[in-house]
Write a protein that binds this ligand. Structure first.
Ligand SMILES: Cc1ncc(COP(=O)(O)O)c(C=O)c1O
Length: 376
């Protein structure tokens, strides 16, 4: 099937399901310029099934797309995220100087170790997202890895994390819900960690997928309770589906924010399209609810399909699932790759018997299971 036809079908089905994604920003938009065609494939074959990058296929809300277009017309100017900080402060009932906006939350996750752990070590969980600890290693810091408690449902080893802290530790990093296991670090455990840390250690809580979990207390409540050694990061990339527009933010005590802003997160970190889309997304609660429902429905689909096939899974609130293929894991992911179905090998996170599958569009998810059924 040609790429255009495939995209057309995808768009039609999604619009029928009330999902605005490519109904608005679809093949027509992507392929409008035939004189100077743009390669939107991001280095993958044009007809690839991309289930490898934790992107949210629901796409931006129509309001976000409109605002981004308005931003593009103004993109001869630098985008100063000051007003986003104000809106986020209102949204979270915080002060503006407790918030910094970055080029995705990734910018903040790189600056934090630069400021707080350059001459020391970082404590982090091995089976988890690596951006912050990996960057620390590049800066020359060492990382003290602590395992998830595999036999206790892959929960965080809170005691192990606390015990790994020494007088050289500059930063303790935790992701909740965790990528790739979906593990949640409960608020009570966050508090135990924050209470036990020496004041010089920054506790970074990466909440990139928090919108998909049941509402309740989060790292932000620690900041509100006055913990001045906590930095929470959040992003517009996941629940708001704006990954390509690069807008995320950090929340913490103003002193932490000042130190971070010496190295970035200033008026040139955001772009005009992302600026507009982030503001419009924040006001579009209906789209956020659609996004949550889409993810929860897709998770049920994956869980049911895997369970029918007798394959064990690890899944939590986020937009991906880990499936256990044991000693056939590498072989299966290589076979999928040959069929242009891209997933991630769990060995990246020391989980070599698992494959992480990011949820895709309905047709992509079905293509995945068609392939898996033939492979197992
Ligand atoms: C746990 C986690 N944190 C942060 C990020 C980076 O997000 P952003 O797009 O805001 O840089 C990702 C991206 O996949 C992630 O999985």
């Amino acid at each position: 099937m040609s790429l255009s036809r495939r995209r057309f079908l995808t768009n039609t089905t999604l619009s029928a399901a009330g999902i605005p994604l490519l109904a608005t920003l679809g093949s027509d938009f992507c392929e409008a310029s035939t004189e100077n065609p743009i390669d939107w494939s991001m280095g993958f074959p044009g007809d690839a099934v991309l289930l490898n990058r934790n992107e949210n296929p629901i796409g931006p809300s129509s309001a976000a797309i409109e605002a981004a277009k308005n931003g593009i017309a103004r993109s001869f100017r630098y985008a100063d995220p000051d007003s986003i900080r104000g809106l986020l402060a209102e949204h979270h009932s915080l002060e503006k100087d407790e918030i910094l906006v970055g080029t995705g939350s990734g910018e903040i996750l790189k600056i934090a170790p630069l400021v707080f752990a350059r001459d020391g070590n970082v404590v982090a969980t091995l089976e988890s997202y690596r951006q912050c600890p990996a960057f620390s290693e590049k800066l020359g810091s060492s990382v003290k890895w602590v395992n998830l408690r595999k036999h206790k449902n892959y929960s965080y080893d809170v005691k192990g994390l606390i015990e790994a802290v020494d007088d050289k530790t500059g930063l303790l990093f935790a992701v909740t819900p965790n990528n790739p296991t979906g593990t949640i670090l409960p608020y009570e455990d966050m508090k135990i960690i924050a209470d036990s840390l020496p004041r010089h250690v920054l506790f970074v809580i990466d909440e990139a997928y928090v919108h998909f979990q049941k509402e309740g207390k989060s790292g932000i409540d620690l900041v509100k309770e006055g913990y001045n050694n906590v930095l929470v990061t959040r992003t517009f990339s996941k629940a708001y589906a704006l990954a390509g527009l690069r807008c995320g933010y950090g929340i913490g005590h103003p002193d932490i924010m000042k130190k971070i802003s010496n190295f970035g997160c200033g008026p040139t970190s955001t772009n005009m399209a992302g600026f507009g889309a982030a503001i419009a997304s924040l006001a579009d609660d209906a789209h956020l609810q659609r996004s949550r429902k889409f993810v929860s429905d897709t998770r049920k689909f994956y869980q049911t399909q895997f369970s029918r096939l007798g394959i064990t899974t690890l899944s939590g609130p986020p937009i991906f699932i880990m499936a256990e293929f044991g000693d056939r894991t590498s072989e299966i992911s290589a076979e999928l790759r040959k069929q242009k179905i891209y997933v991630r090998d769990g060995k990246e996170w020391a989980l070599p018997n698992h494959i992480r599958i990011s949820y895709g569009y309905e047709q992509e998810n079905q293509a995945f299971f068609r392939a898996i059924k033939k492979l197992i």
